[in-house]
Design a protein around this ligand. Structure first.
Ligand code: NAD
Length: 458
């Protein structure tokens, strides 16, 4: 069968894989190929064990793979054969030189642009899927224009708003799809081509278009606003703990105001994931580059509250457990940065595990999906760490349980059984406020949550 269009995606990660799987699933008339420089990732995408865990993803990959969805390491071939190229490579925070720790590291992005320029022999639409600092498309255009093959490129911005754990739902039924372009005749024509792809399943009113700079900037600002809400509610938790107020009650009262709304007002040990911190720091860095220091300080505060919240959790544990954790066994319930994903990038659990090891605690880590990543994250750290998939096995002989991830399974465990298998006195630190604290207290646990008075038997 001849396909209507050849779509290529460079970067087969958490965004590239699911996004392209959805396009292929919804548009059988297009051939979708996903390429990556990492051959292992491609092998996994072609196997029954996909490299990312997302509810519902296996199903759509199974339907489309081999029909109009292909995963490959042949990047040059893919570039040559494609009409539209999505670029979904990683853009982590820079770790060296100017802007280290804040600015986006654009080396993978730039290498990809050069690669496209060298391999392309016909005109292409290039779609920025990665999250990038505003004005990156300009740099991309300059690199692409320097090509010698006579091909013309039109660059679009189409940031991805999916959240890990709900990626398939978000892709199938997005709040909005944003497409930014140059407002020239060729820019508008390219924009229409991309609108046409999404219009196969997304209602027209939810496909919004803008100039390319607004589109690039909107993604950074959207993540900064979401993270800001988490830091705002977390900033109130120490005050609740000092005044016997309950953060859940405060959040409920605040969130019921329809102008505020209740989403992203769940207090906890802080946000993680590959995007919030890096994108806010990216925004802060941009503001500093434009000498907008007051604005930069404001948004940097969102990240600072997040760091403060993680450190505070460890200090509360130390304090509650008689000021020493040395030789005590602490079981971490969950390691992923949130439920329903195996992703541990920037997970608060990494910081907390590292700090607990510094205090000479022994760690037992359990998580239904993230143990392999946890092993990699903690590789090389001094101290004793055990890993168990089963939370019952993990908690045996532990002094404390600390909930790191809001996995639903932790709500319904047989806690009397767990209590009996633990050392006495037994502590639970609910870093996600998901457990039934009164019940745990009645079982015998000393219960510490976030932003609520502790319940202890002392
Ligand atoms: N993870 C999320 O929830 C999320 C959501 C929205 C947007 N984003 C953005 O999307 C982008 C990708 O994020 P991700 O989480 O998918 O990253 P990821 O690290 O999971 O995947 C990136 C992939 O790109 C590949 N790659 C790097 N350089 C390459 C090159 N030159 N040629 C071919 N492949 C190359 C890597 O091997 C990797 O497999 C980032 O800019 C991120 O900020 C992420």
């Amino acid at each position: 069968m001849a396909f209507e269009k050849n779509i290529l995606c460079i970067g087969a990660g958490y965004v590239g894989g699911p996004t392209m799987a959805m396009i292929a699933y919804k548009c059988p008339q297009y051939k979708v190929t996903v390429v990556d420089i990492n051959p292992e990732r491609i092998i996994q995408w072609n196997s029954s064990e996909l490299p990312v865990y997302e509810p519902g993803l296996d199903e759509i990959v199974r339907v489309a793979r081999g029909k109009n969805l292909f995963f490959s390491t042949q990047i040059d071939k893919g570039i040559k054969e494609s009409d539209i190229i999505f670029v979904s490579v990683n853009t982590p925070t820079k770790t060296f030189g100017t802007g280290a720790g804040m600015a986006a590291d654009l080396q993978y992005w730039e290498k990809t642009a050069r690669h496209i320029r060298e391999a392309a022999t016909s005109n292409k639409i290039i779609v920025e899927k990665s999250t990038l600092p505003v004005k990156t498309a300009l740099a991309m255009e300059r690199i692409l224009k320097a090509g010698k093959n006579g091909a013309c490129f039109e660059v679009l911005s189409n940031p991805e708003f999916l959240a890990e754990g709900t990626a398939v739902r978000d892709l199938e039924d997005p709040d909005r799809v944003l497409i930014g372009s140059n407002e020239t005749a060729s820019g508008l024509k390219a924009r229409e081509e991309l609108v046409k792809i999404y219009a196969n399943w997304v209602p027209e009113e939810r496909i919004i278009t803008s100039n390319i700079w607004s589109s690039e900037l909107s993604k950074l600002v959207a993540n900064a606003f979401l993270a800001q809400r988490i830091s705002s509610i977390n900033s109130i938790t120490p005050l609740c703990e000092k005044t016997d107020a309950s953060i859940s009650e405060v959040a409920r009262a605040v969130g019921l105001d329809s102008r505020v709304g209740d989403k992203f007002l769940k207090a906890g040990i802080g946000f993680g994931g590959s995007c919030f911190k890096k994108d806010i720091l990216n925004l802060v860095y941009l503001c500093r580059c434009y000498h907008l220091d007051t604005v930069a300080d404001y948004w940097e505060g969102v990240v600072k509250i997040n760091e403060y919240q993680k450190e505070r959790f460890v200090l509360n544990m130390l304090n509650a457990m008689f000021n020493t954790l040395a030789g005590k066994r602490v079981c971490l319930f969950g390691f992923a940065f949130k439920a329903d994903t195996g992703d541990t990038r920037e997970s608060p659990a990494i910081f907390i595990a590292t700090r607990l090891l510094e205090e000479k605690a022994e760690l037992v880590i359990t998580d239904p999906k993230a143990l392999d990543n946890a092993r990699k994250n903690l590789d090389g750290l001094d101290g004793k760490i055990l890993y168990f998939e089963d939370p019952y096995e993990a908690s045996v002989n532990c002094d404390a349980i600390a909930v790191m991830t809001e996995w639903g399974i932790y709500k319904d465990l047989d806690y009397p059984k767990i209590y009996r298998s633990m050392t006495n006195p037994a502590f639970i630190f609910d870093g996600r406020n998901i457990l039934d604290h009164r019940r745990l207290f009645e079982i015998g646990f000393n219960v510490f949550s976030i932003g609520k008075p502790p319940m202890t038997h002392f």
